[in-house]
Design a protein. Structure first.
Length: 255
């Protein structure tokens, strides 16, 4: 029955698309309306694909479990034996991979359902999960590096968050979505549609905007790479300054 339904829907869909193209030919107004319709339809289809993937893979999304290259930059950016703070972890798989390399990974997210799901699939004794709103608090303890993978675009005030983080952690690894990562985004912008990857995004980033936010937040960029997203390694100006003051005081006392 399901196979027959798929066949019928496929035929109807193809016929409707063909008719739409005929009716819109040589009429820019109709072409624009058809474009908007198809782009919205694509969004609906993408949402359903995500839904079916969650069901089929038992809530382990392929983006995080099959597409390991998506998190390769994060794995390569941390050093053996480090204490890692992963902010906005969701139910991602990469903390499990990081745990093979580092001393510990403390993962925080403000969504209880994501934290519970991550704990359910946790297979490492050195990976820890906490439910927490990082715009109001950060976990206790010391960390060598913080990971913010696709987090800043969700925050109302990323600069204030970065300033707070710069007082706690000496290094940061950031990934954010690019505002021009594919041509479909540019078409949506041109048509006046919502164009970002997620309806919860407050913004998506250019190199200039990310640099502006990081520098205003007290970070010095060491590396910025464009790929399917924008990736950065940076060091805290705040913790570096504090460390230098301590060294200077020690030198004076020794002298």
């Amino acid at each position: 029955m399901l196979k027959l339904l798929h066949s019928i829907l496929k035929r109807i869909f193809a016929d409707c698309l063909g008719l739409m193209h005929k009716l819109s030919r040589n009429n820019r107004g109709n072409q624009r309306r058809c474009l908007i319709f198809l782009l919205n339809l694509r969004k609906t289809v993408d949402q359903q694909i995500n839904r079916y993937c969650a069901d089929y893979y038992e809530n382990k999304h392929p983006k995080h479990y099959l597409w390991r290259e998506h998190s390769r930059y994060l794995f390569d950016a941390v050093n053996p034996g480090e204490r890692v703070l992963d902010i906005g972890c969701g139910a991602s798989q990469y903390p499990q991979w990081l745990a093979e390399k580092v001393q510990s990974v403390t993962c925080v997210d403000n969504r209880a359902i994501r934290v519970d799901l991550a704990r359910k699939h946790n297979q490492r004794e050195n990976v820890f999960y906490e439910r927490m709103d990082v715009t109001t608090e950060l976990p206790a303890g010391r960390f060598d590096v913080a990971i913010c993978s696709h987090v800043l675009e969700h925050l109302d005030d990323p600069v204030m968050f970065l300033q707070t983080l710069a007082e706690k952690v000496p290094r940061i690894v950031v990934k954010v979505p690019l505002d021009d990562s594919d041509w479909i985004k540019l078409v949506k912008k041109d048509l006046g549609m919502f164009w970002m990857d997620d309806t919860d995004h407050r913004r998506e980033y250019s190199e200039a905007l990310l640099r502006e936010h990081l520098e205003a937040g007290g970070w010095r960029i060491e590396e910025m790479i464009r790929g399917y997203d924008l990736r950065v390694k940076a060091v805290s100006q705040v913790t570096a300054g504090s460390a230098n003051k301590v060294l200077s005081s020690s030198s004076v006392e020794a002298g």
